[in-house]
Design a protein around this ligand. Structure first.
Ligand code: 5AD
Ligand code: SF4
Length: 388
């Protein structure tokens, strides 16, 4: 047991939020205290995101505020660990760029964090800070995480919990780094998922969100995603649940019929379209067409009553012309999403799209970004007025 304190800063998506909870749960079990002041922490963890360049830039800039071996105030000697996708993405290069980092651990290896911290602490009392940099630990072996790490019962929110359904992604969308930093899709045993939900409910949780990079591709033996959500709906004491993120190619009328029948399921679908141009969708390796997406949305709205729909869009993908962009713009105006998250394309390491020239100029990306943002703002405002 230890009396050391830990500060953890989380960047990126809900998957990272849950991973940070899992890490905190493991560390609390070992006696660490989780605190929210980096200035007072013995150990500082950055749980990082690589999905877009912007997310990474933020981490580098935050890390820069920490001097080697010191907290930002300079009062407490700190150990700094970089965990998550950037650790996997940059590997040893992290230590060149941020010499204040003592160790790095990829997303598939988070269960080793308590042991790694212990090693760094014992090492630190004997050797110079330069030697500490030997702790260059990163790993993604593509294996599923040990089940027990999901059962520490640590939740930031006492009423709502995120529950991981699957890890990684095998879709290899051409712009996306996720399959390279989080590995290919691995589905958890549905019995373990249900057990985790029951444990959460026993702790007072009433709402949950099922998480997966491609949540509706879930398949464990003969249990598919529709079957899984039927089981979740039966958990006693659970009041409401939802799921993110769905891929259009794995979304079906059968899933909508199941959704419509489950009284505890929030009638909400986050269905990233990414682009309204068939040419760009193909270059993105998304596996569906514009028409397929429109038909899907029609069916969703017909079958699942009073349902909400949100999306992700990337503007400025390599070779995106004004005509391609207008198709995305029209799609946004036609479909009338409840919300849309718009991103400017940034090349990501390892990906297929990285091999293409990033040829849409920054100014043009900004213009397209603003155009979609404004269109969506108008739609969202109109929807708000209609609700009143
Ligand atoms: N550039 C810009 N946006 C990206 N996304 C993923 N990769 C990139 C990239 N290279 C966006 C997608 C995805 C969301 C989580 O992030 O829209 O759905
Ligand atoms: Fe990335 Fe595509 Fe997988 Fe989503 S579905 S995580 S965008 S590869």
């Amino acid at each position: 047991m230890t009396n050391k304190s830990i500060y953890i800063r989380t960047f990126g998506c809900q998957m990272n939020v849950r991973d940070s909870e899992v890490i905190c749960g493991l560390l609390v079990k070992e006696g660490y205290k989780i605190i929210d002041e980096p200035n007072k922490a013995d150990i500082i963890l950055f749980n990082t995101c690589s999905v877009r360049q912007h997310a990474e830039d933020k981490v580098w800039s935050e890390l820069g505020k920490f001097k080697k071996g010191q907290s930002p105030s300079g009062t407490v000697p700190s150990i700094i660990g970089m965990v998550g996708c950037m650790a996997q993405n940059y590997k040893e290069k992290i230590f060149e760029r941020a010499p204040n980092v003592n160790f790095a651990v990829g997303p598939s290896d988070i269960q080793r964090i308590p042991e790694i911290i212990k090693r760094v602490i014992s090492h630190k009392s004997q050797v110079t800070s330069q030697d500490l940099l030997e702790f260059k630990i990163w790993e993604t072996d593509g294996g599923i995480r040990p089940e027990e790490i999901y059962h520490t019962g640590f939740y930031e929110d006492k009423k709502h919990a995120y529950i991981v359904v699957s890890e990684g992604c095998s879709n290899f969308c051409s712009y996306c780094v996720v399959p390279y930093v989080r590995g290919e899709l691995r589905n958890r045993n549905y019995k373990e998922i249900l057990k985790e939900i029951e444990e959460a409910v026993d702790k007072g949780i009433t709402k949950i969100t099922l998480l997966g990079q491609n949540v509706n591709a879930y398949q464990y033996n003969d249990i598919n995603f529709a079957k899984l959500i039927e089981f979740v709906n039966l958990v006693k004491g659970l009041e409401e649940f939802s799921f993110i993120t769905s891929h259009p190619k794995d979304t079906s009328i059968d899933l909508f019929k199941t959704m419509a029948n489950l009284e505890k399921l929030k009638k909400y679908l986050h269905l990233p379209v990414q682009s309204g141009s068939d040419r760009i969708l193909e270059l993105m390796n998304r596996g569906y067409t514009r028409k397929f997406y429109f038909d899907l949305v029609d069916n969703y709205r017909k079958i699942v009553k009073s349902a909400t729909l949100t999306t992700d869009i990337i503007v400025g993908f390599p070779t995106e012309t004004e005509t391609d962009f207008l198709q995305t713009h029209n799609l946004v105006k036609d479909i009338e999403f409840d919300a849309a998250y718009i991103f400017k394309y940034s090349p990501r390491p390892h990906t297929e799209a990285e091999k293409l020239a990033d040829d849409v100029q920054r100014k043009e990306k900004e213009k397209r970004h603003k155009t979609i943002l404004d269109a969506q703002k108008d739609i969202s405002n109109e929807k708000k007025c209609l609700k009143k």
